[in-house]
Design a binder for this molecule. Structure first.
Ligand code: UDX
Length: 473
């Protein structure tokens, strides 16, 4: 058997869409290179993604496995209860993963030779090492987020956390994240920095960030030209870093790739409403604001109406993803208010879930009101669409700061949510500051394109990753 046949990678994402989707892209790229791939989902997500199974016929070296997340079937698994999922995975999934990997690395026809696990599941890396299987970490958040996370022990030591307490000046600069001294304000730190340091979730993340450097290699969904500053700081901490993003752009360049038919576009835990594409066809060039706050973001009804008034008052047409489970309702009620549907008909279009990458690539879309999840941020860059940022959790606060102050490809609206600010900022993105932002965006989008095409850094790094995976067999 040659090396290519023998290499078998187990991909294991944290069980949330923003983590599953980029690893599905990687799975597709690895299969395209002829490697055997097993994609490990939790039973719950596997049930939601059963339409993926027939796809494995298009990818003969791909198969799916699933494992319990330990939570009851009817648990909502939403962002407000993410702690339940995190701790359950750590206690229940961990021993089951050990058994599964022990089987897959010894008993199967093609034994697993390499585990690529999510950056917040260090147990998978440790277990792989214990069992003598090579282990790499896939970091689904942003690299700038990673660097700030890695500096958290120092921030704690210096008594700088939590931020956001009474009387705290959130605009004060943070001095303890090297390289970011003139960029980061207290309000730009990841949202967990607003929690008490003895909070179990806070402690979990700090421990995970300490553990991440134990990996033998770190895989980042970004590209060198975008991350020069961050990479100069994190590079010495890891034995090997592969920057292979934007993965969506790499898919396009590597595989004669139709985005609507790729493995990663079948990520959807709910069906995309394609009627919005027909609506977009009827809108003028670059006129539409596309609004989406990702797969887990929640807002209150009050915030929902502030956004709605801001969008209506801006006078711009808009396409808005309002997930049924994305509104924190009164007394458990989560439905989208009827008046919102009615009042939107003249100027906008609401959907429960959109084919986001296709929407962003549509010529009618001129701006992206986003929560700056890392996938959405990269997708906005690949499509070259200026952003208006309203971050809510995880790395999003820092991503939006980099979008506005470092890359200058958008405007940051964090920590405000009133209709007049929203209206004003939409106008700024679509009119007053459009030219300046578009100029930077065109430059960055071109860098992303170049990196993912032949001769580019991500293109090369993926080859290197594949070569190294094969070599170690
Ligand atoms: C999470 C975190 O929030 C984020 O900060 C982290 O960087 C990754 O994990 P999520 O909130 O879901 O992810 O946001 P994001 O990373 O942007 O991923 C959402 C994905 O869902 C995107 O790839 C987007 O294309 C897709 N999407 C979203 C759709 O396909 N349709 C939609 O209607 C909305």
């Amino acid at each position: 058997m040659d090396q290519q046949q023998q290499a078998h990678i187990l991909l294991f994402p944290f069980p949330a869409l923003g983590h599953i989707k980029p690893l599905l892209s990687l799975a597709e790229l690895l299969c395209h290179a002829g490697l055997h791939v097993t994609f490990l989902n939790t039973d719950h997500n596997h049930r939601c993604l059963t339409h993926l199974q027939p796809l494995s016929t298009h990818f003969p070296t791909l198969r799916f496995e699933s494992i319990s997340d330990g939570l009851p079937t009817d648990h909502p698994r939403n962002v407000q209860l993410v702690g339940d999922l995190i701790f359950s995975v750590k206690s229940v999934t961990k021993p089951r993963f050990r058994d599964l990997l022990a089987d897959l690395s010894t008993k199967s026809e093609h034994p697993v030779t390499c585990v690529i696990a999510d950056g917040i599941m260090s147990f998978a890396i440790d277990i792989a090492k214990e069992l003598g299987v090579r282990a790499m970490t896939f970091w689904a958040f942003s690299p700038c987020g990673l660097w700030s996370f890695l500096c958290m022990p120092k921030l704690i030591e210096e008594g700088q956390l939590p931020v956001g307490g009474e009387g705290d000046d959130m605009d004060q600069m943070v001095r303890s994240v090297p390289g970011m001294e003139s960029i980061l304000r207290r309000r730009d730190l990841p949202d967990i920095c607003r929690q008490q340091v003895d909070d179990p979730l806070f402690q979990f993340f700090v421990e995970e960030f300490k553990a991440i450097t134990r990996t033998s290699a770190l895989i980042l969904n970004s590209f060198d030209q975008l991350e020069a500053l961050t990479l100069s700081h994190i590079d010495p901490l890891f034995s090997r870093i592969y920057t292979i993003g934007p993965l969506t752009a790499l898919l396009t360049s590597r595989i004669a790739h139709d985005v609507s038919r790729s493995l990663s576009s079948f990520n959807n835990l709910c069906e995309a409403d394609r009627s919005c594409m027909t609506w977009l066809d009827s809108q003028p060039l670059r006129s539409v604001v596309y609004v989406s706050f990702g797969s887990t973001g929640m807002m209150t009804r009050g915030q929902l109406f502030e956004f709605w008034h801001g969008l209506i008052n801006s006078g711009k047409p808009f396409l808005w993803v309002v997930r049924q489970d994305g509104i924190a309702g009164v007394e458990g009620e989560h439905a989208i208010p009827e008046e919102l549907h009615e009042g939107t008909k003249d100027r906008g279009f609401l959907v429960d879930w959109a084919p986001q990458e296709e929407v962003l690539a549509h010529q009618a879309v001129g701006g992206f009101l986003t929560h700056n999840g890392w996938n959405s941020t990269l997708e906005g860059i690949v499509a070259g669409v200026p952003m208006l940022c309203w971050p809510t959790i995880a790395d999003q606060h820092i991503n939006s700061r980099w979008v506005s102050e470092v890359w200058r490809i958008g405007l940051d609206m964090k920590d405000t949510c009133d209709r007049s600010t929203i209206e004003m900022m939409i106008r700024a993105m679509m009119e007053e500051r459009r030219e300046e932002i578009t100029k930077s965006m065109d430059r960055i989008a071109k860098l992303a394109y170049d990196s993912a095409n032949q001769g580019g850094s991500s293109y090369h790094n993926l080859d290197k990753l594949i070569e190294d995976i094969k070599k170690k067999v």
